[in-house]
Ligand binder design. Structure first.
Ligand SMILES: *Cc1c(COP(=O)(O)O)cnc(C)c1O
Length: 431
């Protein structure tokens, strides 16, 4: 049923598409929403063509038990992570727990933030499948942690992390949890984690367009703000005695720029430009001063005013379609596809599954046979698959350098994938 409904929503699906974890196949309605919005922008003016995404934001947030105001739309999962962690108010000396299987870009960001802000990164204990061990996490938490960052499912391994247990332990210890759901939202159940914040992306399991990522921040707390405050998510604070304590300002209270000029040269962010007169009026009654910006209420603070609005409109449709399909049924179907694929492919041509055969996910990784050059083997297998009209992924070591000894093949069927394509891949690998 799920497979048929998923295919019926797409007038054409590229044959042999087994790369949902890389970039999924958007539905016709999703594409129509993107193109339709671009046309609408042209017809009425870009700034007047504002899509109402409230229902989509609410549906997206509901997948993690949050509300529409907890959602911020950005341009990628990576941008969302950078916005969130870059603005995270952790003091020097703070301890951040992360596993060796964390996503490459997130690790790069954490290494840099740790160096710049004097955070300490602590490796969280994992088992042989790189699954976080809750007992081990409890011990690390007992020793003192200030933040845990975890990918629910990795890009390079189909293991589903015990997010609900991790969330429970973190909450009990009063430690915020950032859960990366780029590979899990739309794929497995994400409802039970109770994380402080979630990071996700449109084009993978939710089958939205490229160019959209998101944050869901149900646990927004004092001091959490975007790494780079922007006019879309912030307002100017009054120079003197703001009744808002620096937070929760609304856009309407930002002053108009017209008719005013900078009061003092040293207050100007423009360096040598724009000499100003000392007698210039000090912003009338609006009184923004000293360059203070305060975040808007909710997750809106993480957004910028400019963005790929048409792509967001398409993403909104994809989210509603996922909900209409029935997330629980999608999860069950994908888990079954993944297990089927692993049982079929494990051992063929010497390739071995990188996760337990019965892991309930549709990310299937295959490690190259021993005794061959792994890079060449992965590239060769991928190009032979392409010749057989099969689109599969290849995951380089850089995606998870501490966890991946060699590149791997990645097979990630969408809900509409055909079993025949898995059999065709088995024939390609069997030689
Ligand atoms: C894809 C992915 C990301 C990054 O998302 P982008 O939208 O590509 O920036 C982060 N974490 C994981 C686990 C991913 O698979």
């Amino acid at each position: 049923m799920i497979a048929e409904s998923w295919r019926a929503a797409r007038s054409s699906v590229p044959p042999g598409h087994l790369d949902a974890a890389g970039c999924n196949v958007p539905s016709d309605r999703t594409l129509d929403a993107v193109v339709g919005h671009l046309r609408h922008e042209r017809e009425v003016g870009g700034y007047r063509a504002v899509p109402d995404l409230h229902a989509s934001r609410a549906a997206l947030a509901a997948l993690v038990g949050a509300g529409a105001d907890d959602v911020a739309l950005l341009e990628s999962g990576t941008a969302a992570t950078a916005a969130l962690l870059g603005g995270w108010p952790l003091p020097p000396g703070s301890r951040v727990g992360v596993t060796r299987a964390e996503y490459g870009s997130t690790l790069m960001l954490l290494y840099r933030l740790a160096r710049l802000r004097d955070w300490k990164l602590l490796e969280l204990p994992v088992d042989d499948d790189s699954r976080l061990d809750p007992g081990g996490l409890a011990s690390v938490l007992a020793g003192g942690l200030d933040l845990v960052v975890l990918s629910h499912i990795s890009s390079h391994r189909g293991v589903v992390q015990p997010a609900a247990a991790v969330g429970r332990l973190c909450r009990a210890a009063g430690v915020p949890l950032v859960l990366d759901v780029c590979q899990s939202l739309g794929h497995v159940d994400t409802g039970g984690a109770g994380a402080t914040a979630y990071v996700g992306t449109s084009r993978k399991w939710l089958a939205g367009p490229r160019g959209v990522g998101f944050l869901i921040v149900p646990g927004l707390a004092g001091g959490m703000d975007a790494a780079a405050p922007a006019l879309g998510g912030h307002g100017w604070v009054r120079g003197e005695a703001s009744p808002f304590g620096g937070h929760g300002r609304v856009r309407e209270e930002a002053p108009p720029f017209g008719g005013h000029s900078w009061v003092r040269e040293e207050a100007s962010p423009f360096g040598g430009h724009g000499r100003v007169r000392e007698e210039a009026p000090p912003f009338g009654g609006h009184g923004w001063a000293r360059g203070e910006a305060a975040p808007l209420a909710g997750a809106a603070r993480y957004e910028t005013s400019e963005g790929a609005i048409a792509a967001r409109a398409g993403f909104g449709v994809a989210v509603l379609e996922h909900r209409a399909l029935g997330p629980a049924a999608v999860h069950a179907h994908l888990a079954e596809l993944g297990v089927t694929a692993r049982r079929l492919l494990d051992g063929i041509g010497g390739w071995r599954a990188g996760e337990p055969l019965d892991e309930p996910s549709a990310i299937v990784t295959l490690r190259p046979p021993p005794g061959v050059d792994p890079e060449a083997a992965v590239e060769d297998a991928r190009s032979r698959a392409a010749e057989a009209s099969l689109l599969i992924g290849a995951v380089p070591v850089s995606r998870a350098p501490a966890d991946l000894p060699t590149p791997v093949l990645r097979i990630s069927p969408s809900p509409g994938a055909y079993q025949e394509d898995l059999h065709a891949l088995a024939r390609v690998l069997d030689r």
